[in-house]
Structures are given as C-alpha cells and as structure tokens.
Design a binder for this molecule. Sequence first.
Ligand SMILES: Cc1cc2nc3c(=O)[nH]c(=O)nc-3n(C[C@H](O)[C@H](O)[C@H](O)COP(=O)(O)O)c2cc1C
Length: 219
Amino acid sequence: MNLLEAMQQRHSVRAYKDQPLDGEAVAALRQAVADCNRDNGLHFQLLVNEPEAFQANKPSYGNFKNCKNYLALVAPKGADEQVGYYGEKLTLIAQTLGINSCWVALTYKKGKADVQVSAGEKLYMVIALGYGETQGAAHKVKSIADVSDADDDAPQWYKDGLNAALLAPTAINQQKFRFTRNGDTVTAKAGLGFYTKVDLGIVKYHFELGAGKENFKFA
Ligand SMILES: Cc1cc2nc3c(=O)[nH]c(=O)nc-3n(C[C@H](O)[C@H](O)[C@H](O)COP(=O)(O)O)c2cc1C
C-alpha cells in the first residue's frame, strides 16, 4: 500500500482489537517519527502499550475501546499547521503498516498521557493507534465547489488535490478550509473554528499527495 492508497483507505477507528502492535511496524513507525522530529524541530512521541490516556482497562470509558497506543503531538507553541501536516504524514505511514488511527483533541485523559513537554512546547493532541475491530467508514464530504474556486476548466491536478483534501480528517468533520488558485500557485486558508489551523496542515498534506508536488506551489 502506498501513501495515496492509504489516504483513500484511512477512516477514523475508535474501537481496537486487544492485540499488541507488531514489533517491526513499531520500529518502522519509531524511525519515521524520529526522522520527522529531526527534520522539523518537533517533539512527537510514540507511546506503545500505555493504557492510561484512553483508560483502556475500563471498558465503559469514553468513545474509545482498547486503545493502548498513541502518538503524542508535542511541538513548539504556534506550530499548529506543522502539527497537522506531519501528524497526518505519520498517520498515513501507520495506515501503510496496517495500523488504524484516530486524531483526538478532546476525548482522552490529557493529564494521564505519559509525555515529555519541554519549555516552549505544548501537547497539542494525540493520534490513537491500533488494529481496528473494523476499518471505519467514509465521512460525509463537502463538494469541491464548497471549498474552492475550481470550475470545470480547472487543471486535473487541482481537482485531484481538492478531492484528496476532502478525504482528510478534520475536527468534528467540519472541513472549514478554502483553496484558491492563480496559475500553479495555490493558497489554502483555514476558516474560523476549533482546531482549524491543525486541520489546515492535515488538509494541505492531503492536497499535496493528490495534486503531485511537481505540479504546483503553495503561496
Ligand atoms: C484536529 C482533530 C481533532 C479531533 N478530535 C477528536 C476527538 O476529540 N474525539 C474523537 O472521537 N474524534 C476526534 N477527531 C476525529 C474526527 O471526528 C474525524 O476525523 C472526522 O469526523 C472525519 O472522519 P474520518 O477521520 O473517518 O475521515 C478529530 C479530528 C481532528 C482532525
């Protein structure tokens, strides 16, 4: 499975099998996280077999079941868009390794998350990881016209990028973003709402995968 296929197959999964992550998959994910942190000044941390943040041993807690693994998105303050962009990159890498996921800003016990946060940083949110009881289901999507200036004559790469952006996870599936194009220069803006700057980073990563980096540049 490549990243484009992973993007099409990924859906939020909140109920996991009681099954530890495969050792080789964990090693690959750890390496991807380390590369991402080194190249971008982030402090993301992969927690494996840590039941507290999602109260995995209390079946009645919250809307998650059996979640014992997560990626803690710790980064410098003001890095919301980067958190979205690189968090989604790692989410899709996890999907290629057969690991399901869900972005989680609110519905976990933040105080129980076993993470290191240095001066000037914060824990933005986490991404739950595990082998899903199911593969999840497609979310309702807006249309290209709702989120962009694209008309029928728009280049194919732009339409492909927008369709990819519409597959992106956003907080409460709000899809509050807007794309505009001038030649091969694309502008993407976040709307008003909770977590829309993180959403914007996620959506830009998807757009780039769908459109092909070689076809455009972000303004
Ligand atoms: C920034 C962000 C925060 C989210 N926070 C939560 C959360 O606190 N709890 C939860 O159950 N889902 C959360 N989600 C998952 C969204 O509800 C989900 O991505 C959206 O409904 C689209 O569905 P999909 O991921 O299956 O495409 C969050 C998603 C994003 C991108």
